[in-house]
Design a protein around this ligand. Structure first.
Ligand SMILES: Nc1ncnc2c1ncn2[C@@H]1O[C@H](COP(=O)(O)OP(=O)(O)OP(=O)(O)O)[C@@H](O)[C@H]1O
Ligand SMILES: Nc1nc(=O)c2ncn([C@H]3C[C@H](O)[C@@H](CO)O3)c2[nH]1
Length: 261
């Protein structure tokens, strides 16, 4: 159970190009006091030695995102170790000073150590790009690390942005990220099915009790919310109600600092 003053922790999940980054920006405008953590794509596009800053060491070891799309069987295991580690680091970052002063802090992560396994790595294994030995090793360290870290990496809820794979492909083409130019509809259909099994149908076997009990808010984002204030309002109202519900569930005995009592 969450202590009074501890942050409520959420992750945004959804298919490639469904609009997560766009949604994060909208959350930032609507709830400026929330702490939002974007997916570290730039880090995957330019892998550098740990502890080096671009100014001090311009050496990059390569674009891992491009490598996995070009040669998935060669690079899937490497990618999933790196993506999961970067997500773990983000989820373990201590609360920013600014958030410590907020009465009801909220942290929102773009994807999580859970989608790393139950969407992407699982899909790569089922597609034959992770071999059984690699998948076994990945799952072994993933379970071990997350069980050891316990509540430190636990999330209270998920905001699942749901849209048809065809819509995601349309947006992916519009965004035109060079590494993704070979992405086909069938890959987005596979990832859509993984999200649905995990977050909606709940048929994916998960290995963490706190993950099973986390709530999921499904948000239909087929409609264009980028340029439509009314659609944005509907989405933000749902998020606000979800957060309120999670707070009352996780903190039944904490006084509400906004209630004036
Ligand atoms: N609801 C929407 N309607 C129309 N276009 C959208 C919508 N949301 C996002 N877009 C557009 O779709 C493209 C992809 O959006 P975005 O980069 O936010 O996706 P993402 O889910 O963060 O992608 P990734 O999975 O690669 O991190 C962008 O060009 C964005 O402007
Ligand atoms: N293989 C694989 N595993 C992941 O955990 C993962 N997370 C994100 N991505 C890809 C999707 C977008 O192209 C791009 C930005 O989201 O990175 C991933 N690919």
């Amino acid at each position: 159970m969450r202590r009074c003053g501890a942050a409520l922790r959420l992750a945004i999940e959804g298919n490639i190009a469904v609009g997560k980054s766009t949604f994060v920006k909208l959350l930032g405008r609507t709830f400026p006091e929330w702490h939002l953590v974007t997916e570290p794509v730039a880090q995957w596009q330019k892998v550098q030695a740990p502890g080096t800053k671009e100014a001090s060491s311009p050496q990059s070891f390569g674009n891992l995102l491009q490598m996995i799309y070009q040669e998935p069987s060669r690079w899937s295991y490497t990618f999933q170790t790196y993506s999961c580690m970067s997500r773990l680091k983000a989820q373990l970052e201590p609360l920013a000073e600014r958030l410590l002063k907020t009465p009801e802090p909220v942290q929102v992560f773009e994807r999580s150590v859970y989608s790393d396994r139950y969407v992407f790595a699982k899909n790569l294994f089922e597609a034959g790009h992770l071999n059984p030995l690699e998948w076994t090793i990945y799952q072994d360290w993933h379970t071990f690390l997350l069980q050891e870290l316990g509540d430190r990496v636990a999330l209270h809820g998920f905001l699942y942005l749901q849209a048809a794979p065809e819509k995601c492909l349309e947006r992916l083409h519009r965004r035109a990220r060079s590494e993704e130019k070979g992405v086909q509809l069938d890959y987005l259909q596979q990832l859509h099915a993984q999200h649905e099994s995990w977050l909606v149908e709940k048929t994916t076997e998960v290995h963490f009790a706190n993950l099973r009990s986390a709530s999921v808010l499904v948000l239909d984002v087929n409609q264009d919310f980028e340029r439509d204030a009314a659609v944005q309002d509907v989405l933000m109202t749902k998020v606000e109600a979800f957060v309120k519900m999670l707070r009352s569930e996780a903190l039944p005995s904490c006084p509400n600092p906004h209630s004036g009592v």
